[in-house]
Design a protein around this ligand. Structure first.
Ligand SMILES: [Zn+2]
Length: 203
């Protein structure tokens, strides 16, 4: 949950990195949302490789012409993110997500999956979101898809964990072979825990 690098991506899955766009998630005083405006959402999306720089540029022009729509998309992105956070946090705690969160997630699913189409690409078929290039919410379907894939991954789902740093709150997909990862980042929360242990021993 580093303050210095606003684009720290340690979630190992697109949906996890999207959830982690709030620093110090579980602190009331220090909590900081990275998506302070629509341009920030677009900028993060380039970094996450959800949008190309060219797409992003078009979206920003579109947003300039349609600021109220851009504002609405920003609100939606934040709502979707918070719903995903609560769902995956429950999963990390081995509890069932709240029904209303799943219901809200499903609302987004039916909204965005409307544009899913089978497209023939030479000799194979792929599933793609087929929507106008200048859709201001173009970054949201792939993020949602990443969450859907993770939810459907069955025996991989117990790799979803929450950083043990308090009050970090970040989520990640543990790719370590023995599933032993505990921190969002060793340099960040991992190090703080090490320092704390050291001082406790000294006392
Ligand atoms: Zn952490």
């Amino acid at each position: 949950m580093s303050e210095t690098n606003p684009y720290m991506m340690v979630g190992e899955r697109l949906c996890m990195d999207f959830i982690n766009t709030v620093s110090w998630r579980e602190s009331t005083e220090k909590r900081r949302d990275w998506f302070t405006d629509y341009a920030k959402l677009v900028d993060w999306s380039i970094h996450a490789e959800v949008l190309t720089a060219k797409q992003a540029q078009n979206l920003l022009v579109e947003a300039g012409e349609n600021p109220s729509k851009a504002e609405e998309v920003l609100k939606q992105a934040i709502e979707l993110r918070e719903v995903m956070y609560r769902v995956f946090k429950s999963i990390s705690k081995k509890t069932s997500p709240y029904e209303e969160d799943l219901a809200r997630f499903n609302d987004y699913l039916s909204q965005f999956y409307q544009s899913l189409q089978i497209i023939q690409d030479e000799d194979q078929f792929t599933l793609k979101f087929n929507q106008p290039e200048n859709n201001l919410d173009a970054m949201l379907p792939p993020i949602l898809q990443s969450a859907v894939e993770l939810l459907l991954s069955k025996n991989e789902l117990d790799r979803v964990k929450q950083c043990e740093g308090d009050p970090c709150g970040w989520l990640f997909f543990d790719t370590s072979r023995n599933r032993s990862r505990r921190w969002c980042s060793m340099a960040d929360c991992g190090n703080r825990a090490k320092v704390r242990r050291f001082y406790q021993k000294e006392k």
